[in-house]
Design a protein around this ligand. Sequence first.
Ligand code: FE2
Ligand code: FE2
Length: 184
Amino acid sequence: MTDFYKCSICGKIVKVIAEGKGQLVCCGEPMIVLSTFKSVQEVLDFAIEKEEEARQFYLEWSKKLENRNLSEQFVIFADEENKHKEKLQRVKSGSTFKPSAKQVTDLKIVDYLVDIVATPEMDYQEALIVAMRREKASFKFYNDLAAISADESLRQTFLALAQEEAKHKLRLETEYEKEIYTEN
Ligand SMILES: [Fe+2]
Ligand SMILES: [Fe+2]
């Protein structure tokens, strides 16, 4: 299984592509392996962080895009990701999300991370690929959260979030295909 390590100081996440000896160190501290979530709190914090990343990504790219329609679309996406974040913050402050400890530790963090990271140097196609993978990971994440939600209205909330991410993914896929065809 692929291992991801996280720096508890700067938040950097690294992926191990070949095993070796020795310890990974970042900011002068050993990095921690990301395997499973330890609490409901951690699950929701992860989700909130991902939504914020997505929001920033769409905003940033909305400014770089020459295609006006797509740029406007990205602004809408950024706004939707922001609403997702707010929704999750409300879930966090409420008390209806109560999966069992086992259900929480059964969620594999690696399933919800993408193995390429968005960088400012990326070109438009690469950025679309990262975005599509992220949307796919988010879709799976919310479906999995819905599956472990005992509370019906919360289950519906997570399912609705999953659907919105699926829509984002579809829109990006359509755009990506258009891009490929116009280049050839
Ligand atoms: Fe989202
Ligand atoms: Fe999304």
